[in-house]
Design a protein around this ligand. Structure first.
Ligand SMILES: *Cc1c(COP(=O)(O)O)cnc(C)c1O
Length: 591
């Protein structure tokens, strides 16, 4: 659907890129056409409410950016000139400058070697009588050690403002980041894990703080007197349109997190034996969302990171350097520069391509490029080639070991057809006979033979990454039909159902049940939400069956019968408006 995929003629592989599906498109379309007047803030309210529930905080307020939310955080907590705020050295500049918007002074603290997040030990070293707040940043999606940070804050009576910008979905001991501090701020800017174009969220459990922030975010307009203003306020509001997009992304957030985790796993499988660097970690109490998969060169590796990045770029692989230590930036020139871990890691770390649109083959390519720049031959041969080459292959293997069965009525099993099953003569002849009996529903109307079935199974199904075929068996293990998937596009989260072969052996209720069983598997295991089915308009039984389980017509094309030698095929009629059309091929969609 809408998700950008890497071109075959490979363009630059970028570091970020969102996943956008019809869920978001439909919501934004509704917002842009109807989200005005009486409904002008409907999507904003829903987004706030759902986000608060997701993070598990009492209040959430949409903002135009995380930076805006941070400014509102410092302002609504009353921080001011003379106050000091502890910020990790390695973060995006937004966390560093936000305290200065209210006149407070950022004081930079060191980071940890493995998580690259704020070090609690270093926090302790930087506390002075003027320190009023700590800003833990869940960098690149790894949660900070929130036990230690909250304990220090309690002990020294400091406020905690979490910069949770890149960490939607991350957890520390099972609690979501953004639910620990007095206030937290998230970002939905275009490179983040959840996007709304630009956007952010201000979260808190404190009603007073929430009310104050709302008031300040509305120019500090007097709540009892329209257009009356007592103090300097701001306007960091999010639009209804962006909120609609945010709702769509939030509905898919677990899928978005899983994808990021999968991307990291692919990197890890291919890079963990490289001794020149170490990769992003996940502490025992942490759930990292791997917003950015990253690596840090070892000190003794003697690799110039910038040269390395330039060489990768020549191979069309983009990357990002780690953030500069805040105190090294001219904007913070009067700061002490004494955080050694931060300074050292900032020179050695880089973020790898981590966009949602990346496929496993893209990660293969990136890792091949990394190996080649390091002067190694890519060791694909040894480990990686033995591994299934795609999620689908893994699932094919899994399913082959353990057939899917329907939980509720235990009546049917879907058993994937494997290379082994092609040797089963009965299976081949069942498939051949059943398909020939229902020739009329296939685009290719030629009679099949056992040999052509066998060839088709091997070449078109088993060797094909985008296709899987199941036998449908009943409780007694008797084969009752075949049902398959094709055009499986995991990155676009869509696939097509093959026509049922042998369905006349079963009543309608049974057919419905095992199709639903398969649809459920598609949704939970393949994470596919859009399923297509194509059928001729004169196949009334099938149409009724599919319509009864939620398929809706989305397109119909005229077809004509083409005979060539012994082959008969129905082909789409293109640019031939005067041809008399006898039949249509109709596409149904289920979302
Ligand atoms: C992206 C990011 C921000 C800024 O978010 P915006 O929505 O662009 O203002 C702040 N802090 C960190 C750590 C970030 O990664």
């Amino acid at each position: 659907m809408m998700t950008g995929t890497q071109d075959l003629k490979r363009g630059m592989i970028l570091t970020a890129g969102p996943s956008v599906t019809s869920t978001e498109v439909d919501l934004v379309l509704e917002a842009v056409t109807q989200g005005w007047n009486a409904r002008h803030s409907e999507f904003i309210k829903e987004f706030q409410c759902e986000f608060a529930k997701y993070i598990d905080v009492k209040y959430a307020m949409c903002t135009s950016s995380c930076t805006g939310a941070l400014h509102l955080a410092f302002a609504s907590l009353g921080l001011k000139a003379g106050d000091e705020v502890l910020i990790p050295e390695n973060t995006w500049v937004a966390s560093g400058v936000a305290p200065t918007y209210v006149g407070a002074k950022p004081v930079f603290v060191d980071i940890e070697q493995d998580t690259w997040c704020m070090s609690p030990e270093s926090v302790l070293k930087h506390i002075t009588p003027r320190t009023k707040a700590i800003v833990p940043v869940h960098l690149y999606g790894h949660p900070c050690d929130m036990d230690k940070i909250m304990e220090i804050a309690r002990q020294y009576k400091m406020l905690v403002i979490e910069d949770a910008a890149p960490s939607v979905g991350a957890q520390w001991k099972g609690r979501r980041t953004g639910s620990f501090g007095d206030i937290s701020a998230f970002s939905f800017q275009g490179a983040k894990i959840m996007v709304s174009g630009e956007g952010g969220m201000f979260c808190t459990n404190d009603e007073k703080v929430y009310k104050k922030a709302q008031y300040l975010n509305d120019y500090a307009v007097d709540t009892n007197k329209s257009f009356w203003i007592d103090e300097v306020g701001f306007k960091y509001r999010m639009s209804n349109l962006q909120a609609a997009m945010g709702i769509g992304q939030l509905r898919r957030v677990e899928e978005l997190v899983e994808r990021k985790r999968q991307i990291f796993k692919w990197y890890e499988e291919r890079l963990r034996e490289c001794s020149e660097f170490y990769l992003t970690t996940e502490r025992p109490n942490a759930r990292n969302i791997y917003w950015m998969s990253s690596l840090v060169f070892n000190e003794d590796a003697k690799i110039d990171r910038e040269q390395f990045r330039a060489q990768l770029k020549e191979k069309m692989v983009d990357s990002r350097p780690f953030f500069f230590p805040m105190s090294s930036l001219p904007v913070f020139e009067n700061q002490s520069k004494s955080n050694p871990v931060a300074y050292s890691i900032a020179k050695r770390g880089m973020n790898l391509p981590s966009g949602h649109n990346l496929r496993e083959t893209d990660i293969d390519y990136v890792c091949e490029a990394i190996h080649s720049v390091l002067g190694k031959r890519f060791s694909r041969s040894s480990r990686i080639m033995q591994q299934p080459t795609s999620i689908l292959m893994t699932l094919k293997n899994q399913a082959a070991k353990k057939p899917l069965n329907s939980v509720e009525n235990q009546k049917f099993f879907l058993v994937p057809v494997t290379y082994q099953s092609v040797k089963d003569e009965n299976l081949i002849s069942d498939y051949t006979n059943w398909r020939n009996e229902q020739l009329k529903i296939f685009k290719d109307e030629t009679l099949t033979t056992k040999i052509s079935t066998e060839n088709w199974l091997l070449k078109n199904v088993l060797d094909n990454k985008d296709r899987i075929l199941f036998e449908v068996a009943n409780e007694a293990g008797e084969r009752k039909g075949f049902l398959g998937l094709q055009n499986i596009a995991l990155d676009e989260t869509s696939c097509e159902l093959d026509a049922l072969v042998g369905p006349h052996l079963l009543n309608e209720e049974d057919r419905r049940n095992f199709i639903l069983l398969l649809l459920n598997w598609i949704r939970t295991e393949l994470k596919i939400h859009t399923v297509y089915f194509r059928v001729f308009d004169d196949c009334g039984d099938l149409i009724r069956l599919y319509e009864s389980i939620g398929f809706k017509e989305i397109q119909r094309v005229p077809v004509k019968k083409c005979k060539q030698n012994s082959q008969t095929e129905w082909k789409e009629v293109v640019s031939d408006p005067f041809r008399k059309v006898s039949r249509y091929l109709v596409t149904y969609q289920r979302v």
